[in-house]
Ligand binder design. Structure first.
Ligand code: DQA
Length: 250
């Protein structure tokens, strides 16, 4: 029986919340932390600090906000959850073999984009730290980026640790990768660490703010040791970068 609280990602999910235009908040300091593979599948890596220059990230320029909507609303789905699969390109013109390949791509597993506690308040919450972009706008931006990359995505937000664990467990069999901003749970949650440790798919930890410039309790992450890589301090564009990183690992 379908669990209404956790709809299957194979179902098209409803997007009925208002969605604004994507805007970027770029804190002055930027940290990009990536785990290197060296033998182990995942592990803590080195830190690369860099100044953000648009010419260095031409591929992450936000796409125009218009005309991007996940398809097929499902009245059973959570309001804050949405999924979108890339469209099969030129299906009608493709030769049978090419068509089969395109179809296989179009039904690929989604990347789970998970946001933790208080991130539902983005846009209102401490805008001097997190900027003015709402979570709905971020999710719209993520959907746009995913489509451009040929990825399917499913977006969830919860203030509850166990719910995040449930989605991570779901991604274990249903997902192609996980992008996770676990908010404050990043610094405290062994349960999320343990759930992520079970995954055999790429995991990118995202922080909008540069946690290393902030309070000491934000300098430790329980998640980083089980993430493929970490993006922090780049503002909301970090979610796009995370998708690109996942795409590169698939
Ligand atoms: C955050 C940083 C965390 O320290 C904080 O608890 C958050 C947001 C970020 O995106 O910068 O909720 O993960």
């Amino acid at each position: 029986m379908e669990d209404k609280a956790h709809p299957s990602p194979s179902l098209p999910l409803r997007q009925d919340q208002p969605i604004g235009a994507a805007r970027l908040f770029l804190p002055p300091a930027i940290a990009y932390k990536e785990a290197h593979d060296s033998g182990a599948k995942r592990g803590p890596g080195h830190l690369i600090f860099a100044l953000l220059r648009p010419d260095r990230f031409p591929s992450i320029t936000p796409a125009p906000a218009s005309g991007i909507r996940p398809e097929s609303p499902d009245p059973m789905a959570r309001p804050s959850s949405k999924a979108v699969a890339p469209k099969a390109k030129a299906m009608s013109k493709a030769k049978p073999a090419a068509r089969a390949q395109t179809k296989a791509k179009a039904v690929a597993k989604p990347v789970y984009v998970l946001n933790g506690p208080n991130l539902n308040l983005l846009g209102q919450r401490e805008p001097h730290i997190y900027g003015s972009t709402t979570l709905a706008a971020i999710e719209k931006q993520v959907v746009t980026r995913a489509k451009a990359l040929g990825l399917a995505v499913i977006c969830h937000q919860s203030n509850h640790e166990g719910e995040l664990v449930d989605w991570i467990q779901e991604a274990r069999t249903m997902g192609a990768g996980v992008v996770i901003n676990a908010g404050a749970y990043s610094h405290t949650s062994i349960a999320i660490h343990d759930a992520l440790a079970t995954l055999d798919i790429p995991v990118v930890e995202v922080h909008i703010s540069n946690v290393y410039k902030r309070e000491a309790f934000r300098h430790h992450s329980t998640i980083s040791p089980v993430a493929t890589g970490v993006i922090c301090g780049l503002g909301v564009i970090g979610y796009d970068l995370a998708l690109e990183a996942i795409k590169s690992k698939l």
